[in-house]
Write a protein that binds this ligand. Structure first.
Ligand code: GDP
Ligand code: IMO
Ligand code: MG
Length: 434
């Protein structure tokens, strides 16, 4: 990877991996939409329709689940890479929903033939496992993500290429439905109807056929022609299957490496990693959130903010956690930082930032691996003065109040990477690029 001072000038001419540096919902969709203006291709490389990426454009709100957030810009190509798990029914619904909103979807969408499929038994298993866990549940989106990646790892999954071969697909599906129905039966859950699923999936397969191809070859040819690629991370660093707050994580590699394995673009072709983080912290689902603060959550919810884009659940909220974002910089190799939702703190004073954890009387500078230990970590805070005025109309950094500038500079410094983008509202225009 290139790591020189010229990087900032090359920023918009580079292959950029954009990742969430917290627990998801950092505002990735909004930043992708902004950056797509300068990119040629936007690629999703992991996750599935558990993701919900919000883009506000010309007064309309678009929530993208499987389709990259670059789709709203004409002339850009969007790729759903091999590392994504695709629910074909949900994808067809998303395409049709966007078309109804006048979004053009045709040759600008490519789907990897190697991407694994999410099937109805994955969703049922996801639901049943959560039910059985009771209070220890993960709080999944119930989109079947865990069981679909489970099948992939067990080498028993069905892929897009199978769906493109109806006879083969039906045969494989029948065996999988039989196998999974015996598991669902043992769990006391409703059986899956093979015929019905087969029919619905084959129909979705027919609709998706024009988009399906070998996207690895497409991306490599595009790179040879000097095209610029933006890799759109889904979820966030602490939901990563390896580096997140296991077991309260999703089932894919949400960190920068996932962009390579999930697209077939090798590491040396990546130029820059942009870490997106909110000016505070949110999490939806269960698991530790060391800086959680009910007063901050109440304030944000009363402003109508921080409700999940996929499930509508109220997000848990807390103070900015620099222990987490610093670790995210390490894992992802974050070169530059985008801070979003700064305006969410406009009325808050003082503003707290977690600079270290305390566990059993010891100071920790990195999050512990163990979920229970993380639950027991107490944040050590540094307080910053608030600005108590609206930041939403700021167009450049100098328009921001002095204390707001001090705050974002401090959180970037604590994170260990230079600040590049500040977002002060959900629309494209409410973005400051430094
Ligand atoms: P993603 O999953 O990372 O793409 O994030 P989500 O779309 O799930 O959640 C982010 C939410 O914050 C969405 O409602 C966005 O419209 C909104 N948003 C993003 N950046 C800003 C910002 O700077 N200010 C405000 N007010 N909202 C923002
Ligand atoms: P975006 O891309 C926030 C969370 C779920 C749950 C855990 C596992 O919009 O940032 P899963 O359904 O993946 O098995 O759920 O991960 N989760 C997300 N949280 N944003 C997301 O995506 C998420 N995708 C999954 O809430 O805690
Ligand atoms: Mg989201």
């Amino acid at each position: 990877m290139r790591r020189d001072n010229l990087l900032s000038f090359l920023y918009f001419m580079a292959n950029t991996i954009l990742i969430g540096a917290q627990w998801g919902d950092e505002g990735k969709g909004k930043i992708i939409d902004v950056l797509t203006a300068k990119a040629d291709i936007v690629v999703r490389s992991q996750g599935g329709n558990n993701a919900g990426h919000t883009v506000i454009h010309r007064g309309a709100k678009y929530i993208l689940h499987l389709i990259p957030s670059g789709i709203l810009r004409r002339g850009k190509v969007c790729v759903i890479g091999n590392g994504v798990v695709i629910d074909p029914i949900a994808l067809v619904a998303e395409i049709e929903g966007l078309r109804k909103l006048q979004v053009v979807i045709g040759k600008n969408l490519l789907i990897s033939d190697c991407a694994h499929l999410v099937l109805p038994y994955h969703r049922s298993l996801d639901e049943q496992r959560e039910l059985r866990k009771g209070r220890a549940k993960i709080g999944t989106t119930k989109r079947g993500i865990g069981p679909a990646y489970g099948d992939k790892a067990a080498r028993t999954g069905l892929r897009m290429s199978d769906l493109m071969q109806p006879v083969l697909f039906s045969k494989k599906l029948q065996a999988k439905v039989r196998e999974n129905n015996s598991i669902l039966h043992a769990l006391g859950a409703k059986a899956i109807n093979y015929r019905e699923v087969n029919e619905r999936y084959l129909e979705a397969g027919r609709k998706l056929r024009p988009f399906v191809s070998n996207t690895v070859v497409y991306l490599h040819r595009a790179l040879q022609r000097g095209k610029e690629i933006l890799f759109e991370g889904a979820q966030g660093t602490f939901l990563d299957i390896d580096h997140g707050t296991y077991p309260y994580v999703t089932s894919s590699n949400t960190t920068a490496g996932g962009a390579c394995t999930g697209s077939g673009v090798p590491p040396h072709r990546m130029d820059l990693v942009l870490g997106v983080m909110k000016a505070y912290t949110t999490r939806v689902g269960e698991g530790a959130l060391p800086t959680e603060d009910s007063t901050l959550a109440k304030m944000l919810h009363e402003m109508g903010r921080e409700f999940g884009a996929t499930t509508g659940r109220a997000r848990r909220c807390g103070w900015f956690d620099a222990v987490a974002t610093r670790y995210a910089t390490m894992i992802n190799g974050i070169d530059e930082v985008a801070v979003t939702n700064l305006d969410g703190l406009d009325a808050v004073d003082p503003i707290r930032v977690c600079v270290a954890y305390r566990l059993n009387g010891k100071r920790l500078d990195v999050p512990p691996c163990d979920a229970t230990q993380l639950e027991n970590c107490e944040p050590i805070y540094q307080d910053f003065p608030g600005w108590k005025t609206s930041t939403q109309s700021a167009k450049q950094i100098s328009d921001l109040p002095f204390t707001a500038r001090g705050y974002i500079k401090a959180i970037a410094q604590l994170t260990g990477a230079p600040l590049r983008i500040v977002s002060v509202g959900p629309t494209r225009n409410e973005t400051i690029i430094l």
